[in-house]
Design a protein around this ligand. Structure first.
Ligand code: EPZ
Length: 422
């Protein structure tokens, strides 16, 4: 199992290019199932979760060609609308094939995703929406088995109000609705930029969608979708992660290829830490005065446009070495503080009460042997390693490889002392 070895203390200086967004690429790859014509995607990040999704699509019959960050998907022959347990268990986002398969083929068998480290993460809202669109859905030996109920195996438009804001739930139901008979309204829809990016790709394929980015989506079903070319949006969480690393470690770094309009809550919070940040059309420069500790900040995670839960662990790491006390409240997932246990082993001062963590900044963390538990927890430990005294060894960094494209190369290029070891 690979490890990351980080020697802390270096200030970071230079440029980091940001990759395509994992959480936009995954639903958009699954959107290829909706058309018999090729979908060409640019700026697809080189991530484990992308590789898993491509493997899943291939075993359904999708022809996949990859040339660097460009991927060509041809779903003209779909002969196996099944997502098996051995793939779904490694990546919950596999649930995103459920609705495209039912919309395109009239049926699907998708292994019910189990829980994961950060929470139970049920998919009841995905199923509820499908049933409102006329599908018959049952659970059989751990699989979701769904059949479109309408004539010639088609879904019908419906009014759906999700019980809570769900990102992949919104994305799945939008993909169900684009080929349904009639109009669908999704109320209480997720407003995340990745939902908007998926909508833009579907519209390029001929879908009729309005309201993307608001909490009310209106989709008018069309008989078929055509092929298209779409460029995946930049990853706002990767951008926020590197900005937070510089805010914690100090330095002067410019991130290129960013979409800063998707990061308002994060940029605002980093400004409160005392960081100087300059925003350009597609770049963001962060500069930290030498030998100045960041100010601690309070964050409360919530659906977009509020502070993203995927940035919570990274800000907690910054708070560990900040001046003052920062309160971190996690409202989306029930168990997303596992990084705290590892940060405590590095000398952090964190008191956890339910979904709230009170972090009292200390002057220095001490390098230690720590273990990654989930994707963003891993990023948090990387940031802690960059600022800690001495060497930090992070185990189980396969979690990191799921969501960060070339992290150690990008950090080493701006002066971090980080390397991968078997
Ligand atoms: C997406 O997960 C992201 N993943 C997550 O990013 C992100 O943390 C999350 O949205 C919240 O922003 C992808 O986009 C691939 P939800 P998702 O459905 O869609 C509950 C990362 O680090 N819920 O918005 O699975 C759920 O348990 C990953 O990149 C139900 O109860 O999250 C959670 O408490 C981690 N029933 C809340 O809603 C449902 O049917 C929000 O979950 C669906 C969700």
């Amino acid at each position: 199992m690979h490890k990351l070895v980080i020697t802390g203390g270096a200030r970071l200086k230079g440029e980091i290019p940001v990759s395509g967004a994992k959480n936009a690429a995954l639903p958009i790859l699954c959107a290829s199932l909706l058309s018999a014509e090729p979908l060409v995607l640019e700026n697809v990040p080189a991530l484990e979760d992308v590789a898993t999704t491509l493997k899943l699509l291939r075993q359904m019959g999708v022809a996949v060609e990859r040339d660097g960050s460009t991927v060509r998907l041809d779903a003209s022959r779909l002969d196996n609308p099944v997502a098996p347990y051995d793939l779904v268990k490694t990546m919950r986002a596999s649930i995103l094939v459920l609705c495209p398969l039912v919309a395109r083929t009239g049926r699907a068998r998708v292994s019910l995703p189990g829980g994961c480290a950060i929470g139970a993460r049920p998919v009841d809202q995905h199923i509820k929406g499908l049933e409102l669109m006329g599908a018959k859905v049952r659970i059989e030996h751990g699989d979701i088995v769904a059949e479109a109920g309408g004539p010639e195996g088609k879904l019908r438009g419906a009014r759906i109000v999700t019980d809570l804001v769900t990102v992949t739930g919104t994305e799945n139901l939008m993909m169900a609705a684009v080929l349904a008979d009639g109009d669908t309204v999704i109320e209480n829809a997720a407003r995340e930029p990745e939902v908007v990016d998926l909508a833009e790709c579907l519209i390029a394929m001929g879908a009729r969608i309005s309201g993307a980015g608001t909490d009310r989506l209106l989709i008018s079903g069309v008989p078929t979708l055509k092929g298209a070319t779409h460029r995946v949006m930049p990853d706002r969480i990767e951008t926020g992660t590197y900005l937070t690393a510089v805010a914690a470690a100090g330095g002067d770094v410019t991130l290129t290829g960013v979409r800063s309009d998707t990061l308002d809550a994060v940029l605002q919070k980093l400004g409160e830490t005392g960081a100087w940040i300059e925003i350009g059309a597609d770049r963001a420069t962060i500069r930290i005065v030498a030998d100045r500790r960041p100010h601690a900040v309070n964050i409360r995670t919530a659906p977009y446009p509020a502070f993203p839960t995927d940035m919570q662990a990274q800000i907690m790491a910054l708070n560990c070495i900040a001046e003052g006390t920062g309160v971190v409240t996690e409202t989306i997932f029930e168990n997303r503080f596992m990084h705290a246990q590892e940060l405590l082993r590095m000398g952090a001062s964190i008191d956890i009460e339910g979904n709230t963590a009170v972090v009292t900044g200390v002057a220095r963390l001490a390098g230690a042997h720590v273990m990654a538990t989930d994707l963003r927890a891993s990023a948090s430990l990387v940031i802690a390693g960059l600022v800690a005294e001495g060497e930090t060894v992070i185990d189980r960094i396969y979690h990191l490889d799921r969501g960060y494209d070339g992290l150690e190369q990008k950090l080493a290029a701006v002066g971090a002392q980080v390397m991968r070891r078997r």
